[in-house]
Design a protein around this ligand. Structure first.
Ligand code: MLT
Length: 338
């Protein structure tokens, strides 16, 4: 056999062996689950937040990490790994050692809908993660520059169409929930703005405040403080019900744009193969923390909705991921094609 072919065959064999070793290690870890889970965690746990600090994903990830630190007596430390609509951080988490020491604070974009936008995504949201526990759901909001001459969705639609050639939409990367929310809005209105990507909602908000982008669709907590200060205008809640935090902001349904309906989930995931006993221990700790009155107040003050205990755990979260993929894939494909 020619030398190159011999080398190639050896490489293929080595890669195949590597695959077997990883599978074997995952199998062994799963078997060790019970014993490991008793002591777990014995050292610091990394929680990857796949967006920049200061946005909804970061805040949700930090609230979950804080609960886990308090309930499990070890530090759960957030690491922001932003890029490509959260898929850089999610890929890193999917490939991490499945030993419970690397987790992902993901959301509806990274852990359900990303494959719609990234055909060569390095992970499968359903096959490469163990769903741990839902943290909260956050309805989205249309936030616009305060000097845009529009005070409701109809006025915004008219203004956006008239100014389409210079219209800039901020978002946290293709496949992020800000991208997804505005995709629904844009297709409902019939506009194609220039899409300006950032590493998260916090930098998007800075760009709106600076007048560099015109609008953004994001979970309520992203623009909330700016809306309250009057430095950003809130034109619509992307849901059937108004937000108790902004009761004067009408919903997209009230304003005749029901297609703008987006309420992303935020949740903790572990790499596939993480021992079930560890997943269960994490889920129990997180769920108990979510029942604490102080945590409930903190989340509701941020516009987040907390699910009932039986709608939060590994099985319920797996079902939610599955049903959101089934529900939203055709809607988003149709909106992207417009
Ligand atoms: C998103 O658009 O996916 C998130 O809002 C980004 C973030 O939380 O910073």
């Amino acid at each position: 056999m020619p030398k190159q072919a011999v080398a190639r065959t050896a490489t293929i064999k080595r890669e195949a062996m590597k695959g077997h070793w990883i599978a074997a290690a995952r199998f062994a870890l799963a078997g060790l689950g019970g014993a490991q889970a008793q002591d777990y965690p014995t050292r610091t746990v990394t929680v990857i937040v796949p967006f920049a600090a200061g946005g909804p994903a970061d805040v949700m990830g930090r609230i979950a990490s804080d609960i886990l630190s308090r309930h499990l007596g070890q530090s759960f430390v957030v690491e922001n790994v932003a890029g490509a609509g959260g898929t850089v951080g999610a890929t890193r988490a999917a490939r991490a050692n499945p030993d419970g020491y690397t987790l992902l604070a993901g959301h509806m974009g990274t852990n359900a809908l990303a494959p719609i936008f990234y055909p060569n995504l390095g992970y499968d949201p359903e096959k490469d993660f163990e769903p741990v526990n839902l943290t909260a759901v956050q309805p989205e909001l249309l936030a616009v520059r305060k000097d845009i001459p529009a005070n409701n969705l109809k006025e915004f639609a008219a203004w956006a169409k008239a100014n389409e050639s210079k219209l800039n939409m901020g978002h946290a990367g293709i496949g992020s929930v800000s991208y997804i929310g505005c995709l629904l809005l844009n297709s409902a209105i019939g506009i194609k703005p220039t899409l300006v990507p950032f590493t998260g909602t916090a930098p998007v908000m800075n760009a709106i405040l600076a007048g560099n982008v015109d609008y953004d669709c994001d979970p309520v907590l992203g623009p909330l403080q700016h809306v309250r200060k009057g430095t950003v205008k809130a034109l619509a809640i992307a849901a059937k019900k108004r937000s108790p935090l902004l009761p004067d902001v009408p919903t997209s349904y009230e304003q005749g744009f029901p297609q703008f309906d987006c309420a992303p989930f935020y949740a903790i995931f572990a790499p596939k193969g993480t021992p079930q006993a560890i997943v269960d221990k994490l889920a129990k700790a997180l769920s108990e923390g979510l029942d604490e009155p102080a945590v409930q107040k903190r989340l509701t003050d941020l516009g987040a909705q907390i699910a009932e205990p039986d709608e939060r755990g590994p099985k319920a979260l797996a079902a939610l991921v599955h049903s959101e993929i089934a529900r939203l894939t055709p809607i988003l494909k149709a909106a992207s094609a417009k």
